[in-house]
Design a protein around this ligand. Structure first.
Ligand code: S3P
Length: 441
């Protein structure tokens, strides 16, 4: 059995303080930026997950050394022209769309061909969204049907571009920003608002970047060819991992949790805004600024009755990785919830919109779908006692954690396969559940 777990009991009331794993987006960006900085950068509390390990292995193949001393990763960069590939190489982004896409932005000057590959899930995902803008800079990119493997051969004579990012994808925006760092002149980006960690890090690192907000868009200008000085960074907790404990607590009986030191950047807290509109009382306390980011403790308690939501699409990007778990709350709400324009959800580690619908139907929740819009008919009495098998979900870590949450709050007899999937983002997930008293075999 491919690393299967069994859950047969709902979780009993709990009242605990926890820490979740470190922010994946920030960990990957710190590794990549350190790899093109000048000198030794020191990254502490870096997420030690498969996705971040993929980024470390790739920079290593590109000629950048790193070592781990106690809890600190030290990465020795040689500046914007510091990658050293003497021959054609293959780099492997594993399961990570963020690593696979952003690294291409850093290879636009490569003197030798670099072939990018990934696992089964990543090999099904579209890469034209980044190869097209990178070609405009002057890099040479080849792929079949816009899928992996992608081959990139750089160009010494890059030119800045004007780029419109219309999907609300931080991966596309960040890939273009990283290419702009190595390009003379000013690259101009109009990007639908999405997580802004790359921009905040570059501001903190004193790279000339201008950001102006214009309604649902950001207008970003990056001036290229400025070297980054090495830096120190302590990565805070990941709200996308905290999300599973927020919903577990809301839907459990008589429970409370405090999730310490989580990154609550405005572009990431869509889940809190959405769930609070549904009558949750999630509170952020002990707020602090850290190198451009915001960190806080998240206080959550069980709620007896949830209101349905007509979810504003402008919140989609800031909750993009959290919809699966938000849908479980909608399934328990007192009425019909509407979620719209969820096309991007099918572009993730698995086609998550399709899988969420299949999953919710399996547990008896009524759903209507029209194109990328869904209606979830909530049932405040939702409680399960059947047998449920979760398998064949392309090892999508967030589908696995959604299934565990459903099992622990709704009941039933569950077998959930591919436990190893959590290693991509949240290796300690099951251990933390057990400290709350969850019975998992
Ligand atoms: C990420 C951006 C999002 C998100 C992914 C991480 C990032 O993807 O789903 O898990 O770190 O930039 P898109 O940019 O494709 O929306």
């Amino acid at each position: 059995m491919p690393s299967e777990i069994t859950i047969k009991n709902k979780i009993s009331p709990f009242n605990k303080n926890i820490k979740v794993s470190s922010d994946k987006s920030l960990s990957i960006r710190c590794v990549l930026l350190a790899s093109i900085a000048i000198g030794n950068s020191r990254l502490s509390n870096l997420l030690e997950s498969e996705d971040v390990k993929s980024s470390l292995k790739i920079i290593n193949k590109l000629g950048i050394n790193f070592k781990k001393k106690k809890n600190i990763y030290e990465i020795e960069g040689f500046g914007l022209n510091g990658y050293n590939t003497k021959k054609e190489i293959t780099i492997n982004a594993g399961n990570s769309g963020t690593v696979g896409r952003l690294i291409l932005g850093l290879c636009v000057k490569s003197k030798n061909k670099i072939k990018l590959i990934g696992d089964k899930s990543l090999s099904k995902r579209d890469f034209s969204r980044v190869t097209e803008p990178l070609k405009l800079f002057g890099a040479n990119l080849k792929s079949k049907k816009n899928l992996l493997p992608v081959e990139i051969l750089g160009n010494r004579f890059l030119r800045p571009i004007n780029y419109l990012e219309n999907k609300g994808s931080a991966q596309c925006k960040s890939t273009v920003i990283l290419a702009a760092l190595q390009t003379p002149g000013i690259t101009k980006i109009k990007a639908k608002k999405s997580r802004n960690h790359t921009e905040l890090l570059l501001k903190y690192l004193k790279i000339p970047i201008k950001i102006n907000s214009n309604g649902e868009y950001d207008l970003i200008e990056v001036k290229g060819l400025n070297e980054i000085k090495s830096f120190d960074y302590h990565v805070p907790g990941d709200i996308s991992s905290a999300a599973f404990f927020i919903v577990l607590t809301l839907l459990s009986k008589k429970s409370k949790i405090i999730i310490k030191k989580v990154n609550v950047n405005e572009t990431r807290i869509g889940i809190i805004k959405i769930l609070n509109k549904m009558n949750s009382k999630i509170i952020l306390k002990n707020k602090k600024n850290y190198k451009g980011e915001k960190i806080a403790d998240i206080h959550v308690k069980s709620i007896k009755s949830f209101k349905p939501i007509n979810c504003p699409s402008k919140l989609n990007s800031s909750a993009i990785d959290e919809f699966l778990i938000i849908f479980l709350v909608a399934a328990k709400a007192n009425g019909i919830s509407h979620f719209k324009n969820l096309k991007e959800l099918n572009k993730k580690e698995s086609p998550r919109l399709n899988y969420a619908i299949k999953f919710l139907k399996m547990i008896g929740v009524k759903i209507d779908r029209k194109k990328d819009n869904i209606k979830i008919y909530g049932n405040p009495e939702l409680s399960l006692n059947g047998n449920y098998l979760i398998n064949n979900f392309l090892k999508d870590h967030r589908v696995f954690m959604m299934a565990c949450t459903a099992a622990l709050v709704f009941g039933g007899n569950w077998k959930i396969q591919d436990k190893d999937s959590i290693n991509t983002s949240f290796p300690k997930y099951i251990d933390i559940l057990k400290t709350l008293g969850a019975k998992i075999k």
